[in-house]
Ligand binder design. Structure first.
Ligand code: GRF
Length: 174
């Protein structure tokens, strides 16, 4: 069993969180949600993973230390992480983004890329003060489908595979 203890930060559905919780090796030990009613929070509770609601960065940092968290994964967390918090987690905080960065950072990435008929996919990357700008760890391109809904489905499927594989590799290297 790994000594790693992961905290996954979410705001919404939590499908990437579920993909991570599926693998015992990833050892998701805490879920942090910016929205108390996020569906992802329910998914965590049903699996017996503790959930806390985000209030402020200072108390969150204290809670992460108290829970002996060793790495953080952002999975749809809708808050910008301040540098003062990031400096505690250099090289230990990662994000999944639904585009082939550096193309389409920020919000509505799949839709914007789809409208442009650009390549679709996802990127696992390190988190730095620049939003969606950290070092790229792995990317997966998906095929362009006949409509936006099915294109989104394929990107999300790729995300789930990428986070599972990616985090296992990152933890092996660490
Ligand atoms: C994912 O598309 C992720 O890449 C983006 O936000 C979405 C979160 O989806 N940052 P879910 O909550 O993991 O289902």
């Amino acid at each position: 069993m790994t000594n790693e203890r992961g905290a996954v930060f979410i705001s919404g559905t939590g499908s990437n969180l579920a993909a991570l919780m599926d693998l015992p090796a990833i050892n998701v030990s805490l879920v942090v949600t910016s929205k108390p009613t996020a569906a992802g929070a329910g998914k965590a509770r049903r699996r017996g993973v503790p959930v806390i609601v985000f209030h402020d960065w200072e108390s969150l940092q204290k809670e992460l230390i108290r829970c002996q968290i060793t790495y953080i994964f952002l999975a749809g967390f809708m808050k910008i992480i301040p540098e003062s918090f990031l400096k505690n987690w250099t090289g230990r905080i990662w994000n999944i983004h639904p585009s082939l960065l550096p193309s389409y950072p920020g919000l509505n990435s799949i839709e914007r890329a789809y409208v442009d008929r650009a390549a679709l996919g996802c990127t696992l990357h390190e988190v730095t003060p620049q939003v969606d700008g950290g070092k790229i760890i792995v990317q997966k391109q998906t095929s362009l489908s006949e409509n936006l809904i099915s294109s989104e489905f394929l990107v999300h499927l790729a995300e789930h595979r990428t986070v599972r594989k990616g985090v296992v590799c990152l933890l092996k290297k660490a």
